[in-house]
Ligand binder design. Structure first.
Ligand SMILES: Cc1cc2nc3c(=O)[nH]c(=O)nc-3n(C[C@H](O)[C@H](O)[C@H](O)COP(=O)(O)OP(=O)(O)OC[C@H]3O[C@@H](n4cnc5c(N)ncnc54)[C@H](O)[C@@H]3O)c2cc1C
Length: 452
């Protein structure tokens, strides 16, 4: 339940003040967006003595949020150490699968590691509808006012300085506005910090949550109770378009989805109806047998950032900070997708910056620039820098067609015994390698790949 109790309402109302010439109500901090970034910022600020409100346009936190979703807790424990004991996470990931799909075959690499199966578990699956809702309740209990069904329409500015936000019904002032409004952050654009949407920097994800009983999930993935699996797919499922598939095991469901690059999709003739990709993916034997008997419980579609550091805007201005997806903090690392840890850690760092600014009573851009420094020192920007070349690699169509197919064809040739005498292993492998991999294109791709 979102906290809108009388006590909190009074507490909040008491702290309201009239705000200068604009004669509007004023709080210390307005956080726009009650997703992971916004709620983490609110959590960090909850004990600061400041009046903080979170405005979320959805019916509740988690109602509009989409992820794959797998979260890595190891980098987050330093930022939010007390959060995880009670958090409604699904399964800790003990198995990694990477599946390369050809037309009629596939090769799967499977990793099981004892290290992933020891506490504290490094990574979990999660469902945002459950997790964000729980997080919003927690933040509310700590005294932050989380207000659902509140869409922010605009920023209020005094010259360059952001001094509040406008909703349909009212104007609310604040010393600092935190844009945590997600990937298409119009607040970041309105603040002049972010350039308009460019298709080559975004992909579109479609996802189904398929209900299955826990025992069936554990049997199908050969896992113990509460153990989880993360599986990524590349190859013919996206028909040569940049993208791939994912499958995560939750406690009582599977999250199955497909992601395709918008630019790559737009270039394709004839146009593909992308939602059909997921239906076709579900018909593949590799998937069909895993989801057999399951009921689709949820369907969602959402944009996902692929631009990495190339689309990161300036993350601070006079009276405003950008966090999470709104700050362009998302990364496709080819073997995994990152965004949730960045959202949460950046929310915490924004909170710390605001506390520091409050001490100095200075919310100008030069004071809030401290946030950029904190981000640069964090794992977020270090990883964004380390993976700055993935975008150019993702533009390489061979990664989504020729190579996955080539690996599966090679493996099939190695394993197949037919009516003809079987050729020597070395000859079989070298013939296949020559056909698909020993050429100028692959050499150039290898040179490029060394940059990641
Ligand atoms: C298909 C898919 C798969 C992904 N897989 C993974 C994964 O496995 N692991 C991972 O780490 N990341 C993954 N990501 C990325 C990750 O989900 C995001 O990086 C993360 O959700 C960003 O969190 P956020 O809080 O910044 O934004 P969001 O979760 O999008 O939250 C923004 C919030 O702002 C609200 N809002 C927006 N505009 C307004 C407004 N005007 N007024 C009020 N409220 C507003 C929205 O309703 C929403 O609640 C995936 C993303 C997608 C789409």
């Amino acid at each position: 339940m979102v906290a809108n109790t009388e006590t909190q309402a009074k507490r909040c109302a008491l702290r309201y003040a009239r705000c200068g010439e604009f004669a509007m109500d004023k709080v210390d901090v307005i956080i726009v967006g009650g997703g992971l970034a916004g709620l983490s910022c609110a959590y960090e600020l909850a004990d600061s003595g400041m009046t903080v409100i979170v405005l979320e346009r959805g019916d509740f936190s988690g109602s509009k949020n989409v992820t794959g979703g797998r979260i890595y807790l190891s980098p987050l424990r330093n930022y939010l150490p007390d959060l995880w004991k009670e958090a409604p996470l699904e399964r800790h990931v003990t198995k990694e699968f990477i599946t390369l799909l050809g037309e009629t075959n596939s090769t799967t690499f499977e990793l099981y590691s004892d290290r992933s199966n020891q506490e504290p578990y490094p990574s979990y699956t999660l469902l945002r509808a459950k997790f964000d809702r729980w997080f919003a309740d927690l933040v509310s209990e700590k005294g932050v006012f989380v207000i659902p069904q509140k869409n922010v329409d605009d920023l209020i500015r005094e010259g360059e300085k952001v001094i509040g936000v406008k909703t349909e019904e009212e104007e609310i002032g604040a010393d600092c506005v935190v844009a945590a409004d997600g990937i298409l952050s119009f607040l970041a654009e309105k603040a002049g910090l972010r350039k308009p949407f460019q298709p080559q920097h975004f992909a579109l994800g479609f996802k189904e949550v398929i209900a299955l009983d826990p025992k069936t999930i554990e049997d199908r993935f050969r896992m113990g109770e509460k153990e989880g699996a993360a599986q990524l797919f590349a190859g013919t499922l996206t028909k040569g378009i940049m993208g791939g598939g994912f499958l995560y095991t939750n406690q009582e469901s599977l999250s199955l989805g497909i992601v395709v690059g918008i630019h790559s999709l737009n270039q394709r003739e004839p146009r593909e109806e992308i939602y059909k990709f997921l239906d076709e993916f579900k018909e593949r034997p590799e998937i069909k047998n895993l989801i057999k008997g399951g009921e689709v419980a949820e369907y969602s579609a959402h944009l996902i950032s692929e631009g990495g550091i190339h689309i990161k805007p300036r993350v601070y201005g006079d009276g405003i900070l950008l966090t999470g997806d709104a700050a362009g903090l998302g990364l496709n690392m080819l073997v995994t997708v990152r965004g949730m840890e960045y959202a949460m850690a950046s929310g915490v760092l924004a909170g710390r910056t605001i506390k520091m600014a409050k001490e100095k009573n200075n919310f100008s851009a030069s004071s809030l620039a401290y946030y950029e420094k904190l981000l640069n020192e964090s794992f977020i920007m270090k990883e964004m820098n380390n993976y700055q070349n993935t975008l150019s690699i993702l533009e390489n169509k061979r990664l989504f067609s020729k190579y996955p197919r080539g690996v599966s064809d090679l493996f099939e040739k190695v394993m197949r015994v037919d009516e003809n005498p079987k050729e020597g292993l070395y000859k079989t492998i070298s013939q296949e390698l020559k056909k698909n991999f020993f050429n100028w294109e692959t050499f150039k791709d290898w040179l490029q790949f060394r940059k990641v």
